[in-house]
Write a protein that binds this ligand. Structure first.
Ligand SMILES: [Zn+2]
Length: 302
């Protein structure tokens, strides 16, 4: 399959990293900036999506984070526990994500990830001193020894398993909603390559051996700090497939017709539309060019 267009990888904002060291320019941009407010895991929002503040709206203490520029407009994030606006005006990315433009989704995904990272890192892990945001919020530095902390992403592979007949294998975790089946995924371990992780996860979770791997794309998944790296993998021993019985409690093979049929008879709930898993399943479903009914939307973001 081709590299996928993934729903959370649509960002169009210029992060303008060269401005992070330029405090005078950042101060000027802040004065006329468009500012997202993030508080308690949610964004200040209105019916159209994200609601931007100006500096005049900002009160109280908080963390000011530079997100980038779009043309002449600079974008910032304001992380503060001060409520600006009614409590119910704060919405999570999962609630408003489907309303957002490419520009807004890029800003929101960046904001969500970096806000979480700042919140989690008030203390230097090397010496235990307090840390503060520097360089437009792209770095934290400890007060005692100048140790620098950089935002973290946890890489996780996600893989569409196929056999030689172009069927796909989906698995089910017990913690998921009823009838939800999805592709296989797992975090990359220390010292492991993406490819080794694909081979390991597919064998651990479904007991089949990967013989070929293709890269399909990547998507940030800031819940709280994952980066999903997508692959398709062909396996030659479909008869060996069985769930590990721990993380994966059931597995099912699908061809395109049986996949659609299962979404109609109520035995298959596909993953959410924003997920990499859904994008991979969708791309495979339409790949052979045959006329088939559209797969149901099911959930969008939740
Ligand atoms: Zn330190």
């Amino acid at each position: 399959m081709k590299i996928l267009n993934l729903p959370l990888s649509r960002s169009t904002v210029d992060r303008a990293a060269h401005l992070r060291t330029d405090e005078a320019s950042l101060a000027k941009l802040w004065a006329n900036g468009r500012i997202l407010h993030f508080n308690g895991g949610a964004f200040l929002s209105d019916d159209q999506g994200l609601k931007y503040l100006s500096t005049a709206d900002i009160t109280g203490t908080g963390e000011k984070i530079f997100l980038g520029v779009d043309g002449d407009v600079a974008y910032f994030l304001w992380c503060s526990e001060v409520h600006i606006g009614a409590e119910d005006a704060y919405k999570t990315l999962r609630e408003i994500g489907h309303l957002l433009s490419d520009l807004d989704i890029g800003l929101a995904v960046h904001a969500q990830g970096i806000a979480h990272w700042h919140h989690r890192n008030p203390i230097c892990p090397m010496c235990g001193s307090s840390t503060s945001a520097q360089l437009g919020g792209s770095v934290r530095r400890c007060s005692a020894n100048n140790h620098e902390l950089y935002p973290r992403n946890d890489p996780a592979i996600i893989v569409l398993v196929k056999d030689s007949k172009d069927r796909i294998l989906l698995g089910r975790q017990s913690v998921w909603p009823e009838h939800r089946y999805s592709t296989f995924a797992g975090f990359v371990e220390a010292g492991e390559s993406f490819e080794q992780c694909v081979v390991r996860e597919v064998f651990e979770e479904a007991n089949v051996k990967v013989s070929e791997i293709n890269y399909l794309g990547s998507q940030p998944w800031p819940f709280p700090q994952s980066l999903m790296i997508a692959f398709e993998a062909t396996i030659l021993d479909p008869e060996n497939a069985k769930p590990d019985g721990e993380e994966i409690v059931d597995i099912r093979w699908f061809d395109r017709d049986s996949l659609y049929a299962a979404t109609q008879d109520g035995t298959l709930l596909l993953p959410p539309v924003i997920s990499v898993a859904r994008a991979m399943i969708q791309a495979w479903y339409t790949q052979d060019g045959a006329q088939r009914p559209t797969l149901p939307d099911a959930e969008t973001w939740r």
